[in-house]
Design a protein around this ligand. Structure first.
Ligand SMILES: Cc1cc2nc3c(=O)[nH]c(=O)nc-3n(C[C@H](O)[C@H](O)[C@H](O)COP(=O)(O)OP(=O)(O)OC[C@H]3O[C@@H](n4cnc5c(N)ncnc54)[C@H](O)[C@@H]3O)c2cc1C
Length: 382
């Protein structure tokens, strides 16, 4: 067993860090206030291969392994919680196409994302159901050479700026209902696809949208994977995407921790730096411990993906632990900054707001615990 990153991964980390400190870090506050998508930074990152790093070269990617992808995610959010996630999640729908798409679908839809032209989205959640995926009501009905989609989705990352959205829809009314879900690649310029941006607590520069689908005609060749197998495809997708979200939250925790550590060395109270007060030392020790533990889980889950042995329980554990750790770490970082932590003068309040979503999206903490428990009970593959 070897806990050292190899030379290639170390060099990658250094290169992404250099890029992120120069091109992302100085702009976090500005994009948070403007609430604009960071198009220019997205394009720059794409040019360097930092968008969808693990996508194979034939579809425009850098062909890296998943551990490399996790390192990139971490470095992007260390520099800024909001811009970092926006860029990293530009590839959201891509793994579904990579895993289940035809050659034609891969060639058509993946390169524009990886080249930084337009992000990709995946629409599962609906106004009346999120965790209970099988309760979705968006419907797809076959009509000749098309499928006609009707319904609504909500909280869709990149929903109004993506070139395509992977839309999950009901194609059969069966019991159990999760056996009647199918994935479709919907081009967002298609008539009847309407998206409206949602305002939220954090991740302000993200495009998070509500989508309405009114008689959207999707050609049969845009059905993704197998009809009525969408739910199972999603579970495979989550095994990877949850590790990415976990890595993003390690980055946020690191970003907040480093800023708090620096502040604790400089700010004085009762005649000595904060870091010399035991209460602050204990906070920093716990923050560091949380980050180290989260990283071990995430790197192991990523390594398993690279071995072709993705483990649902471990992917969920990595996501659960890293996202909750990021909430704890950003909370304590803000506390160390005192009143300044609560002001807009420093980055910490943004990290605190942005990290909070980690226990909610890509499956809530409760859903992750359910996956782990089901796995322990032998109900899903380990
Ligand atoms: C910023 C942001 C971006 C997002 N991006 C996307 C995206 O790109 N695509 C997409 O499809 N969705 C996206 N989502 C939606 C997200 O995945 C859902 O919000 C999440 O899955 C929870 O669903 P819900 O909001 O409907 O909550 P609900 O499912 O209604 O859950 C409410 C609460 O009840 C708990 N709960 C539910 N069922 C159980 C149970 N059986 N046992 C115990 N507790 C339970 C939940 O854990 C939660 O605490 C995004 C959300 C946000 C906030």
């Amino acid at each position: 067993m070897n806990f050292e990153l190899d030379e290639e991964h170390r060099m990658l980390r250094n290169a992404v860090r250099e890029f992120a400190e120069k091109e992302i870090m100085p702009y976090g506050k500005e994009y948070d206030e403007r609430k604009d998508y960071p198009w220019e930074i997205f394009r720059k990152a794409a040019k360097l291969g930092y968008v969808g790093g693990s996508v194979p070269e034939e579809y425009g990617g850098a062909g890296m392994d998943y551990l490399a992808e996790a390192i990139i995610s971490e470095e992007l959010t260390r520099a800024d919680s909001s811009i970092g996630t926006a860029i990293d999640l530009a590839v959201l729908g891509v793994p579904m196409i990579l895993r289940y798409g035809t050659e034609g679908q891969k060639e058509k839809y993946i390169p524009p994302v990886i080249e930084g032209k337009q992000p990709s989205a995946i629409a599962i959640t609906e106004p009346d159901c999120g965790t209970d995926v099988a309760a979705m009501r968006t419907k797809a009905v076959r009509e000749g050479e098309n499928w006609i989609l009707n319904g609504s989705k909500t909280f869709i990352t990149n929903g109004s700026i993506a070139g395509h959205t992977i839309v999950m829809a009901k194609t059969a009314e069966v019991e159990p209902p999760h056996r009647g879900i199918t994935a479709f690649i919907v081009e967002t310029k298609t008539e009847g696809y309407e998206a409206r941006r949602i305002d939220k607590m954090g991740l302000n520069c993200h495009d998070t949208a509500e989508i309405t689908l009114k008689n959207v005609r999707v050609p049969t060749q845009n059905l993704l994977g197998e009809e009525n197998r969408g739910f199972y495809q999603l579970m495979g997708f989550f095994n990877e995407s949850r590790v990415k979200i976990a890595a993003l939250h390690i980055g946020m925790a690191v970003g907040a921790y480093e800023r708090a550590l620096e502040y604790a060395k400089q700010r004085k109270a009762f005649g000595k730096p904060l870091i010399e007060h035991q209460a602050i030392q204990f906070k920093l020790a716990d923050m560091w411990k949380d980050i180290e533990a989260a990283r071990l889980l995430v790197y192991k889950a990523a390594w398993l993906i690279d071995q072709g042995k993705a483990n649902p329980a471990l992917s969920s554990a990595a996501k659960l632990y890293a996202s909750e750790a990021a909430v704890r770490v950003t909370y304590e970082a803000l506390q160390i900054f005192g009143g300044y932590g609560y002001s807009k003068e420093y980055d910490i309040e943004r990290y605190y707001r942005d990290a909070r979503v980690g226990t909610i999206y890509e499956g809530t903490s409760e859903a992750q615990r359910t996956v782990i428990a089901r796995s322990l009970a032998g109900k899903i593959g380990r």
